[in-house]
Design a protein around this ligand. Structure first.
Ligand SMILES: NC(=O)c1ccc[n+]([C@@H]2O[C@H](COP(=O)([O-])OP(=O)(O)OC[C@H]3O[C@@H](n4cnc5c(N)ncnc54)[C@H](O)[C@@H]3O)[C@@H](O)[C@H]2O)c1
Length: 474
């Protein structure tokens, strides 16, 4: 089983006998009531853009910038296959001409391809733009899409530093448009079930959370092979990876982060931690002795996407996990506090013998405990368990079955909400906008700053956003 498949299992945990009513239709009256109730102008704008999309007839014009593995898989071939009745690709763009041509071929499209994004916006006139470029470039395309007045859907993280967060917020204010940030983890039935449990008062008021996330030496190492190993591009794993975890915690706790303190170091990967190091695996003289040797040539898709197109941008997809350029952390510990007072202890380790996480949410009536294992020497259980333990000892156990589908079924649910059922009631509050994108990225950005300075970083000092004790809807 590959790291990718393991990841899919993790996010796809679903409860036995539990079928969340995610796409319960919402009538106009209810929707108006909801908007009035929350008083959230942002929510109205967000839902409005989805509604407009739903009602304007079939075959919306969709374009994508960033035709790498996520673009091609999540937003490319599957969207073409499953939403062809309502969506029509009118343009693909990537800075790498070979990769964008490969994507068009694999997607079996005849739309134009571009390396110039502005030209694509001008010529192809999309109504929907999907942004799936490398993390630190999202802001440029989000802002240009908002300025063009089209529906902008951005992959996570929304962006990688506080100036870019602010620039996106400014663009929203200037244009009156809102970006959609795709936090697919919210669409996992497992994550949304925990959200429901937390709202059922079974563990009382949440007071603290412990979350320890482990990436194994397959999936974890893969970040150090790729552009993710460079801080300027992925913002470190505190932003690139942990944005999923911080958004999920924000979603569960229903508050916004106030202050952050962190430690981080590169303890295992990177040149200083190894006697052997090279640029990338193919020409490496240490192949036979390196536990991380990866033969990219056996993957026809990786060859087609990356190796065949190295001549255009020099990007080496099978980069050495011990190469000198790596400047991110593989060991991270973050303490932070929500405006509601909830305290969080979070850690992320990128060289673990198994993949998974331990989560404990402590409340005034009890505790919610899970230990999710996606890979484990000796094998993983067919199901996963969540325990709700009353403060005085009663234990309730819920078994969770993995679900098939991209990121465990959360990817198709997310796409259905965006494209097929945009008007459905968002009972589980899974839709996310710029405020969610900002607040999850800002925890990682603040953690990075704290590591650099040794100081506690206040979220309100980073952008115009003032953390809310109770978040509610965006
Ligand atoms: N939600 C999830 O579960 C999930 C999973 C994987 C990736 N992602 C996100 O998807 C995005 C893409 O990741 P990926 O794994 O596909 O990486 P990738 O390297 O395979 O693809 C990124 C693509 O962006 C292109 N690109 C870079 N700069 C560009 C620019 N200025 N203009 C046009 N194109 C540019 C690259 O050439 C490349 O083709 C990232 O933001 C990542 O965080 C999300």
């Amino acid at each position: 089983m590959t790291g990718r498949q393991r990841c899919a299992l993790n996010l796809g945990d679903i409860y036995r006998n539990y079928k969340p009513n995610i796409f319960e239709p919402m009538n106009i009256t209810n929707r108006r009531k909801f908007i009035q109730k929350t008083g959230a102008i942002a929510a109205a704008t967000f839902l409005g853009s989805l509604n407009a999309f739903a009602q304007n007839g079939p075959r919306k014009r969709i374009a994508m910038v960033g035709t790498g593995v996520r673009g091609l898989g999540m937003w490319g071939t599957s969207v073409k296959a499953e939403y062809d009745d309502i969506l029509q690709f009118v343009g693909l763009c990537d800075i790498n001409p070979g990769r964008v041509a490969y994507a068009r071929r694999i997607m079996e499209l005849d739309c134009p391809v571009y390396t110039d994004f502005d030209k694509m916006l001008r010529e192809s006139s999309p109504e929907i733009l999907v942004v799936t470029t490398t993390d630190s470039t999202h802001d440029e395309f989000i802002i240009k899409g908002l300025e063009k007045g089209i529906m902008v859907i951005s992959e996570k993280p929304m962006t990688t530093d506080e100036k870019k967060v602010q620039a996106i917020l400014d663009a929203e204010r200037r244009t009156g448009n809102k970006v959609i940030v795709t936090f697919n983890m919210r669409f996992s039935a497992y994550v949304s079930k925990i959200w429901e449990i937390l709202r059922s008062d079974e563990i009382g008021d949440i007071k603290s959370v412990n979350l320890n996330w482990y990436l194994d030496t397959d999936h974890g190492a893969s970040y150090f092979r790729r552009w993710h190993g460079l801080r300027d591009i992925g913002g470190t794993l505190l932003v690139h990876k942990a944005t999923h975890h911080f958004d999920t915690l924000n979603y569960w706790v229903d508050s916004e982060p106030e202050e952050v303190f962190a430690y981080g170091s590169l303890d295992y990967y990177g040149q200083k931690n190894s006697k052997i190091s090279h640029s990338h695996c193919r020409p490496c003289p240490f192949k036979s002795q390196c536990k991380f040797y990866w033969d990219i040539t056996v993957s026809s898709s990786a060859m087609g996407l990356y190796v065949d197109n190295e001549k255009y941008d020099g990007y080496l997809r099978d980069g050495c996990v011990f190469r000198k350029e790596i400047d991110i952390y593989d060991t991270m510990a973050v303490q932070y506090k929500y405006a509601s007072g909830v305290k969080v202890s979070y850690s992320l380790t990128a060289f673990s013998p198994y993949e998974g996480y331990r989560l404990a949410i402590n409340g005034t009536k009890g505790r919610l405990d899970t230990w999710i294992q996606q890979s484990m020497p000796g094998g993983v259980k067919a199901y996963q368990e969540i325990k709700i333990i009353n403060l005085f000892g009663n234990v309730k156990t819920i078994q969770v079955m993995p679900q098939a589908g991209g990121h465990g079924g959360s990817d198709p649910l997310l796409k259905d909400r965006l494209f097929r059922y945009p008007d459905a009631t968002d009972r589980l509050r899974q839709s996310a906008g710029s405020r969610d994108g900002a607040m999850s990225a800002l925890i990682g950005i603040a953690a990075r700053k704290s590591i650099d300075t040794g100081k506690i970083i206040r979220i309100e000092d980073l952008t115009e956003l003032k953390p809310l004790a109770k978040k509610g809807r965006d």
